[in-house]
Design a protein around this ligand. Structure first.
Ligand code: ATP
Length: 623
């Protein structure tokens, strides 16, 4: 199965200019692997389908018997006629019952499979490395989890059902036709190549239109996702009109692709209707002459014409599923290409199991070299050694590599050369779950989920008690503001905690860190968004949180790191100065320049932050 996907990927890579074509074999094999656990349900579906088709197709034959044996034969056998009517009705009921069973069984199996794929996909995405998210727009991942899995759902509930039911119906009708009159049956069989020619002619055109519609939908979804996450920026820069224009363009492109798709379908369907009516006219002429010449019974002609109508229905239904089959095939391959992506960062088969409680928090960056992709390295042989329990401040200009250093420590990326050690253990040898328990990260924009405060602080980990959460909140000074809220700790936060001020969100993220008791605390611009009053509150929280822990604090605002045991000054990925605040000022080097500059900025920023926080609805809770 994996081999198929690799083939698909290498095919795609071989000709990057080409649109991805559906890879039916690989898609069917992949789907087959999901179907296997539900084989009993699928076997029952086939049994139900055969019974339902049998019941349906026997009906015209019954009418033929009624016409030829009871009506045309001139017998007065009313009992026989009534029996035929009852059997006809019984067959209808049987068809209804087994079609119902078949549909339900297929729905059950199909929905279970699709729910499983969706779960597997989501779990897999959460395990992928940061480098993957750097390259992949979130909108396209949303499409994989929503629209692509929906396309697979349609495969089971439409395509598979149609292929099975209508494919079998077609074979059964052909059998009945040949049984009734082999010559007329042969005339109808001649039509099959004509149908094939029409189908092939439409096929490639339809594939392009479906592919185009899906690509445009994916672009549209990506655009909406991007805009939703950057809504603040759009409003702040009054970009509503410009973004609406861009949306309009993408929306129209998708609309046009859909219209084209529908037009193709309608043309295709009507061509089939035309062919069906032509055949009926032809058979009526040939068969009618035979009936008049008394070489064919009237009932046979009636049954034949009924079967011709039924003959075109399944062909039409199967070809109508072509687009769904195509989009499902593309979707399956796309889903699988995500599932087949191995995270760049994986645990070793036999990781080192260090006892979390015994970690002291000594950190060594040993001559590390690292760059993003093919870009020039951010660090070339950087050396930094941090004692257990030490508080380190990292400052530097924009793009100096401060956040990258933290990303490496958290192992969001791996170094290309050198090593990073915690208590002498290479972090690549540790299980990632353990590493992330050891290193606790607080970012500039803390992420809060839609859910209660209690769940946000303990990250939905039910093993952490309510008491532990309350104690952590008391510890960082968040308890008072939480108790003032309507439902206290059970207050439901909206997505990303958008109802809270930046300071409140940050306090909750400190409480979160306390609950998880990391041995190394990493603060990436944790106070950057706050006014100085809120910053003081956060600073107090920070002091208690960092007590007894190795702490690394990145800050643009130098006031945040002035108290650090040691300040590291980074410039273009190199440590250019290090020492305490006082030592660095006395050196009158780069740090001193940064400090003087920041003094000037501090006043302007204060005014700006005060304005910003004044517009936050819960601001009064903080002060
Ligand atoms: N995900 C990424 N992909 C590619 N390049 C990146 C990525 N993240 C950072 N960079 C680049 O790496 C360099 C260091 O960036 P980094 O974010 O570590 O700097 P920083 O000192 O934290 O800057 P700032 O203070 O602005 O946050 C920059 O040139 C930046 O453009």
């Amino acid at each position: 199965m994996r081999q198929d996907i690799n083939n698909w990927q290498s095919d795609r890579n071989a000709d990057p200019g080409k649109k991805p074509k559906p890879q039916y074999r690989s898609a069917f094999r992949i789907l087959g692997s999901y179907v296997r656990p539900h084989r009993l349900a699928f076997a029952l579906v086939i049994v139900c389908t055969v019974i339902a088709i049998g019941a349906e197709l026997f009906q015209p034959y019954l009418v033929k018997v009624a016409i030829d044996d009871n009506l045309m034969g001139g017998s007065q056998d009313y009992g026989g006629l009534l029996a035929i009517c009852f059997i006809y009705f019984g067959l209808s009921l049987t068809g209804l019952l087994f079609t119902y069973l078949q549909n339900n069984l297929l729905q059950y199996a199909g929905q279970s499979i699709v729910a499983g794929i969706r779960k597997q996909l989501f779990e897999h995405i959460t395990k992928l490395s940061m480098s993957y998210f750097d390259k992949t727009p979130s909108g396209s991942l949303i499409t994989h989890v929503s629209s692509d899995t929906e396309a697979v759902n349609q495969f089971f509930n439409q395509v598979l059902l149609t292929l099975l039911r209508d494919g079998l119906t077609l074979l059964a009708i052909l059998g009945m036709m040949f049984h009734l009159d082999p010559v007329l049956g042969l005339y109808c069989l001649v039509l099959l190549p004509v149908i094939a020619v029409i189908s092939v002619a439409f096929r490639s055109f339809m594939r392009n239109t479906y592919q185009m519609a899906r690509t445009r939908l994916s672009r549209l979804v990506s655009f909406v996702a991007e805009n939703l996450s950057g809504m603040h920026l759009i409003q702040a820069f009054h970009q509503q009109k410009a973004q609406a224009e861009q949306f309009k363009e993408r929306n129209e492109a998708y609309y046009k692709a859909n219209i084209r798709e529908i037009r193709t379908m309608v043309l295709f369907n009507r061509s089939f209707d035309l062919l069906s009516n032509l055949t009926i006219a032809f058979v009526t002429w040939i068969g009618g002459k035979a009936v008049l010449g008394q070489t064919l019974e009237f009932g046979v002609l009636y049954a034949f014409i009924t079967y011709i109508r039924q003959f075109f229905q399944p062909i039409n239904a199967i070809t109508q599923q072509w687009n769904t089959l195509q989009s499902a095939t593309v979707a399956v391959n796309r889903i699988w290409s995500v599932l087949d992506t191995r995270p760049d960062i994986e645990d070793r088969p036999q990781p080192v199991q260090i006892h979390w409680e015994s970690v002291e928090g000594r950190i060594d960056f040993n001559r590390i070299t690292f760059g993003y992709g093919s870009e020039s390295p951010v660090f070339r042989g950087l050396d930094l050694h941090i004692r257990a329990g030490e508080t380190i401040g990292i400052v530097g200009t924009t793009g100096a590599g401060k956040s990258s250093l933290i990303s490496l420590l958290c192992r969001f990326y791996d170094v290309q050369e050198g090593s990073i050690l915690i208590d002498g253990h290479d972090i690549r040898d540790l299980p990632q779950a353990r590493l992330h328990r050891i290193v606790g990260l607080v970012q500039q924009e803390p992420f809060l989920y839609a859910g209660s405060i209690i769940d946000n602080v303990r990250m939905f980990d039910e093993t952490i008690s309510r008491d532990a959460v309350v104690r952590a909140c008391e510890f960082v000074g968040a308890d008072r503001l939480i108790r003032r809220m309507k439902d206290g700790y059970d207050t439901k936060l909206s997505e990303r905690g958008s109802g809270l001020s930046a300071g409140e969100r940050q306090l909750l993220s400190f409480a979160r860190i306390i609950v998880f008791r990391p041995k190394v605390l990493v603060l990436d611009e944790a106070t950057a968004n706050l006014d100085s009053q809120t910053e003081q509150l956060i600073q107090r929280a920070l002091q208690v949180v960092s007590e007894g822990r190795t702490t690394i604090a990145i800050a643009h605002r130098l006031s945040t790191v002035m108290q650090a045991d040691r300040i590291i000054v980074l410039r273009h990925g190199e440590i250019v100065e290090e020492g305490t605040h006082r030592e660095l000022l006395e050196r009158k080097g780069f740090y001193e320049q940064l400090y003087r500059h920041s003094q000037g900025e501090a006043k302007e920023e204060e005014v700006r932050m005060q304005r910003k926080n004044a517009s936050m609805p819960f601001k009064e809770n903080v002060v």
